[in-house]
Design a protein around this ligand. Structure first.
Ligand code: IVH
Length: 684
C-alpha cells in the first residue's frame, strides 16, 4: 500500500468512527468521547480530505456545510402527500374519536395506539436512496414543498447516511425539525447582547432557520430532529407504526424517547396527563400528543378524508401563547431593591390559566420590545415560569404610534420615594433605601418565611402583608415575638388557623444552617450557595467572620458573591437581626464533620411522591452527600428515585437504562452513607 492508499483507508475508517460518535451524541444523547477527542478525529479527517480532495464525497461528515447560498428554493412534488391532522381539545372529544374509529371498522376490543409528543417545529421530508440522504424538503401545502436539502444537511441529528442494513432502496423519512428550548434561549441571549433581532418562539425559530438561503446561517442555529413516520418506503411492509419507529432507531434516525404504545382509552389519558405534567422539562416545545392507530391494516381500513387520516388525531394541550392588550406598566420593588417593570394586561387565558401580569425584566427589554401602552402583545407562559411579553404585534398598532404613551422608569421608588439609581453599565435599576423601604422589607420577610427558607407553614404573602401593614413584624426576628392574641386579631384568622400558625412559627425555629443562611436573603446567595457556605464553614460565626479570601475558597463562590456576603455581615443592622434570631431560639444541629462526599460527581433525579420525607428533604440529603439533583433524566443521570405517581421521568430512565430505586432503597442508601460519613470517621 502506498501513502495514498493508506490515507484512503484511514479516511474511510475515520468517517465510520465519526458517524458512530455523531449518532451517540446527537441521536442517542449518550456520547462516549469528550468533545476534544471528537474534534481531534474530525480535524484529522478534514486534514486528510484537504490533502486528497479526490476522496471527498457528499455524505462525508465534513460536508454538512458545503453549499453556496441559493438564489431561491426549488420546489419539490411529494410522491405521497404529507397529510395534516384532525385535532381534539378534551378527553371527551378524544373518546368520541376513538368510538367513531371502532364503529367504522366494526372493532370490538381496545385499539392499540402509538402516542407521541406533538413537536412544535417544522415538518420535513428526508429522502434516502441506498441509505444516503439525497433530498430534504418542507411540507409546503402537503403536495408541493421546497427543496431545503442544503439546510437539513447542516442539522447534526439528520444522518447523511443511515446506519445498519435492511432499509429500503428508497426511504422517505418524515419528522419534525425543532429548536430545543435551551438553544433557543441561548441564541436569543447572544442576539440581544449583540443588538440583533431575537426570535419569537422556538417554532418560528426553526422555521426561519430552515428558510435561510445561505446554509451557513442554518448551520449556526441549534436545531434537532425527531422522526415520526415513513412516507415512501419502497418494498418495505411493516405491520405497525411502532415497528417503523423501531426500525428507524436501528437505522440511526432519532426517535422521540417519550413515544409509547398504549391500549385503550384509559392508557391514552394516562399518557396525555403524564406528558403534560412533564411538559416544561422536555427541553423542547410541544403543543399536544399525536395518537395513531398502530396497526397498518386498521389504518388502511380507516382511510383518510380531505388530506387528514382518520386513523390519527392530535390531542391538543392548552396553548402557551396568546395575544392581549397592554393596559399599563407597574414598577415592582424586589427584595434587594431591584425595580422590575411589570406589564398589566387585559386578562387572557394562556398555558391553562388566566393571567393579567407579565414580567418585562428591565428597561432595556422594554426598549427592545419598543412597547407602548395600548399595544397588542404576544405573551408566553410555560408551566410555572413567570409569563413573558414576547413581542408587539405591530400590525395592530394605530396609525400614529407617537400618540401612544411611552413607558418610562420612574425617578422615585414607588414604595418609599427614594431616588432610584441605575449604576452605569448595569441593566437593573434599584431603590437604594434597603430595609427602610417598606416594599423591600415586605419582600425580605416573605422570603424569610418561604418554603425553601425558614418554611413557616401558612405564612403566605397576604399574611405577611397584613403583619407588615399593622407593624406587627418589621424584622425577621419579629416573627418569633408574635403572640397568639396578635395572630388571632388578623383578618380571616379563626382560632384553629391561629393555633396552626403559632405552632408553625414555633416549629420553624428548628432549622438547618443552610436554610438559615438562605433565609437571610443575602444578594446572590441562592439555595445552592447557602448549602455550600453552610457545609464549608459549619458554624454561623465562622461564616460571619470570614474574610473575602476565605469566602472565595468555597465551591461556587466567586468574588462577587464573596463581596455580597461580607457586605451583608458587615452591616450593623443585619448583625443585630442575626443575633436577635439566635436569641429568639432559632437553632440548627451542630456541624457534622463531613470528611468526604461519597456521591460527588453523581446526578440524581427524584420523581413521584415520597412518603417518609418531602422531595426537598430527599434532595437536601443527597446534596449533602455530594450529589447533584437534577430536574430531568438524561443518559448522564446516575440514578432515579421513583415514588408512586412517577410518570415520564421514570419511563425515560427505563428507556435510557438509568438505574431506578424506590423510596425504601433510597432511605437505605442515605442511612448507610450518612452513617459512614459523619462522626469524624476519616478516610485516609
Ligand atoms: S404525524 C398523518 N407525528 O403535526 C400524520 N406529526 O398537524 C401526520 N407533528 O405536519 C403527521 N409532531 O408537522 C406526526 N409526532 C408527530 C408530530 C407531528 C409534530 C406535526 C407535523 C404535522 C402536523 C400535523
Amino acid at each position: 500500500m502506498d501513502e495514498r492508499e493508506r490515507s484512503a483507508a484511514e479516511i474511510a475508517a475515520l468517517r465510520e468512527r465519526i458517524r458512530y460518535h455523531l449518532h451517540r451524541y446527537h441521536v442517542l444523547d449518550d456520547p462516549e468521547l469528550a468533545d476534544s477527542e471528537y474534534d481531534a478525529l474530525f480535524d484529522r479527517l478534514v486534514a486528510l480530505e484537504e490533502r486528497y480532495p479526490e476522496f471527498v464525497v457528499a455524505d462525508s461528515p465534513t460536508q454538512r456545510v458545503g453549499a453556496e447560498p441559493l438564489p431561491a428554493f426549488d420546489s419539490v412534488a411529494h410522491e405521497l402527500p404529507m397529510l395534516s391532522l384532525d385535532k381534539c381539545l378534551s378527553e371527551d372529544e378524544f373518546a368520541e374519536w376513538e368510538a367513531r374509529c371502532r364503529s367504522r371498522v366494526d372493532y370490538e376490543g381496545d385499539f392499540e395506539f402509538t402516542c407521541e409528543p406533538k413537536i412544535d417545529g417544522v415538518a420535513v421530508s428526508l429522502m434516502y436512496e441506498d441509505g444516503v440522504l439525497v433530498r430534504g424538503a418542507t411540507r409546503g401545502d402537503g403536495q408541493t414543498g421546497e427543496d431545503i436539502t442544503a439546510n437539513v444537511r447542516t442539522v447534526s441529528a439528520v444522518p447523511l447516511r443511515l446506519l445498519g442494513t435492511g432499509y429500503p432502496a428508497r426511504l422517505e423519512v418524515r419528522g419534525e425539525i425543532y429548536m430545543p428550548t435551551a438553544g433557543f434561549r441561548a441564541f436569543n441571549e447572544a442576539a440581544a447582547a449583540a443588538g440583533e433581532r431575537t426570535l419569537v418562539n422556538p417554532r418560528n425559530a426553526a422555521a426561519g432557520s430552515l428558510r435561510q438561503l445561505d446554509p451557513k446561517l442554518t448551520a449556526g442555529r441549534p436545531l434537532s430532529l425527531f422522526c415520526y413516520s415513513a412516507g415512501l418506503r419502497e418494498g418495505w411492509q411493516p405491520a405497525t407504526h411502532w415497528s417503523v419507529l423501531e426500525a428507524f432507531r436501528e437505522w440511526g434516525l432519532r426517535i422521540n424517547p417519550r413515544a409509547a404504545r398504549t391500549t385503550g382509552l384509559a392508557q391514552c389519558f394516562d399518557y396525555f396527563r403524564g406528558l403534560l405534567a412533564d411538559r416544561d422539562e422536555l427541553g423542547y416545545e410541544i403543543d399536544g400528543v399525536v395518537v395513531k392507530v398502530d396497526d397498518f391494516a386498521l389504518q388502511d381500513a380507516l382511510g383518510s378524508v380531505t388530506r387528514k387520516p382518520r386513523w390519527a388525531i392530535a390531542f391538543k394541550y392548552p396553548s402557551e401563547e396568546a395575544t392581549t392588550i397592554l393596559r399599563g406598566v407597574d414598577f415592582q420593588v424586589g427584595r434587594t431593591g431591584a425595580i422590575t417593570p411589570v406589564a398589566k394586561l387585559e386578562p387572557v387565558f394562556v398555558g391553562g390559566v388566566t393571567i393579567s401580569n407579565a414580567t418585562l425584566h428591565n428597561m432595556d427589554e422594554v426598549a427592545r420590545l419598543d412597547l407602548r401602552v395600548g399595544d397588542t402583545v404576544l405573551v408566553h407562559r410555560a408551566g410555572d415560569v413567570i409569563p413573558q411579553v414576547m413581542k408587539v404585534i405591530e400590525s395592530r398598532r394605530p396609525a400614529d404610534v407617537n400618540e401612544m404613551p411611552r413607558i418610562a422608569m420612574p425617578e422615585h421608588c414607588p414604595a418609599c420615594g427614594a431616588a432610584i439609581e441605575r449604576p452605569e453599565g448595569e441593566v437593573v435599576a434599584r431603590c437604594p433605601a434597603g430595609l427602610t423601604c417598606p416594599a423591600q422589607r415586605r419582600e425580605r420577610l416573605r422570603h424569610f418565611a418561604s418554603r425553601l427558607a425558614m418554611d413557616i407553614e401558612g405564612m403566605g404573602e397576604k399574611l405577611v402583608d397584613q403583619l407588615v401593614t399593622r407593624e406587627l413584624v418589621k424584622d425577621p426576628s419579629d416573627f418569633y415575638r408574635l403572640t397568639r392574641e396578635q395572630v388571632e386579631s388578623l383578618e380571616r384568622m379563626g382560632a384553629k388557623s391561629a393555633d396552626n400558625l403559632v405552632s408553625a412559627v414555633e416549629a420553624s425555629r428548628d432549622t438547618t444552617l443552610a436554610r438559615f443562611i438562605y433565609a437571610l436573603g443575602i444578594r446572590e446567595v441562592g439555595e445552592t450557595t447557602a448549602e455550600s457556605l453552610a457545609s464549608h464553614f459549619g458554624q454561623l460565626d465562622k461564616l460571619r467572620d470570614a474574610t473575602l479570601e476565605e469566602l472565595a475558597e468555597v465551591a461556587d463562590v466567586g468574588p462577587v458573591v464573596a463581596a455580597r456576603v461580607r457586605e451583608f455581615f458587615a452591616d450593623e443592622h443585619n448583625g443585630g437581626v442575626v443575633d436577635d434570631l439566635v436569641e429568639r431560639g432559632v437553632h440548627w444541629p451542630a456541624p457534622e464533620r463531613r470528611v468526604s462526599t461519597p456521591l460527588a460527581g453523581e446526578t440524581w433525579v427524584i420523581t413521584g411522591t415520597l412518603a417518609a420525607m418531602t422531595r426537598n428533604e430527599a434532595k437536601a440529603r443527597l446534596v449533602a452527600l455530594g450529589a447533584k439533583v437534577a430536574g430531568s433524566v438524561s443518559a448522564r443521570t446516575t440514578c432515579v428515585v421513583a415514588g408512586p405517581g412517577a410518570g415520564g421521568k421514570l419511563e425515560q430512565a427505563q428507556q435510557l437504562k438509568v438505574p431506578v430505586v424506590d423510596e425504601k432503597q433510597l432511605l437505605g442508601k442515605l442511612k448507610r452513607y450518612e452513617a459512614n460519613d459523619g462522626g469524624g470517621h476519616e478516610e485516609s
